[in-house]
Design a protein around this ligand. Structure first.
Ligand code: DX5
Ligand code: ZN
Length: 223
């Protein structure tokens, strides 16, 4: 499967949100990545339900919602109603991960689990069969524009091994510090979905940046 691109709306211009989402509609992006932060799980506050609803209204692409919030199990229905298609919770923020992943699927959404850079892939062994997606964080979550943590590539390989052992076909998504160079390394390591915020939006031509990420060929790029 060719890899997917999920530009992060966190780096959009919120004064012109509809314009930026329509730009994504016309781009080669596959999903729209929406970062919800509660100022508790991460040291930053981003946006919540009303903004997600506005994105949903303007978007023709699936919403890939990344919850950086404590105890996300309390809000699953709200995020479903707001338009989430893929709902990703952090392993570190959930006590009853098995229950929460079942609940996300029962609501008709794809279920994802995100791992902070300090969290091993092994922590997913007992729930990997309930994951439609695993999100490997290649920065410490909370802010756009941070530097890529290169260990993410080896982590993809360890996750692939675990998935093969457990018979999982979850998608592997990577988030943080993604640009043409790091994105190429990630696709080569086996990433299925690239999230990119600042590298896409802090450019005079975001559509061209999305196309660049989409056109990465894992077989021809070597660094
Ligand atoms: C960070 C968020 C990311 C963020 C990525 O906590 O989860 O999705 O938007 O931004 P860049 O691509 O600028 O690192
Ligand atoms: Zn994110």
């Amino acid at each position: 499967m060719a890899h997917l691109i999920s530009p992060s709306a966190l780096s959009a211009d919120f004064g012109n949100l509809e314009r930026d989402i329509r730009m994504l509609n016309e781009s080669q992006s596959d999903w729209v990545h929406c970062d919800v932060m509660d100022g508790n799980f991460v040291p930053n506050i981003s946006f919540g339900i009303p903004v997600l609803e506005a994105i949903k209204k303007a978007s023709t692409k699936p919403l890939d919602v990344h919850l950086m919030i404590e105890d996300p199990g309390r809000y699953l229905e709200l995020f479903k109603k707001a338009g989430a298609d893929i709902l990703t919770v952090h392993q570190e923020a959930v006590i009853h991960l098995d229950r929460v992943l079942h609940a996300i699927r029962d609501l008709g959404m794809k279920a994802g689990v995100a791992l902070n850079p300090g969290t091993p892939v092994e922590s997913l062994r007992e729930v990997i069969h309930l994951c439609d997606l695993v999100l490997i964080m290649s920065v410490n979550p909370g802010f756009g524009g941070q530097k890529f943590i290169p260990q993410a590539c080896a982590k993809i390989l360890r996750l692939k091994k675990l998935m093969a052992e457990m018979g999982s076909d979850a998608l592997i998504e990577v988030d943080g510090g993604v640009n043409e160079e790091t994105g190429s390394k990630l696709v080569e390591a086996g990433a299925d979905v690239l999230v990119a915020g600042s590298w896409v939006f802090n450019s005079p031509d975001p559509k061209a940046r999305i196309a660049t990420l989409k056109e990465i060929n894992p077989n021809t790029f070597r660094v």
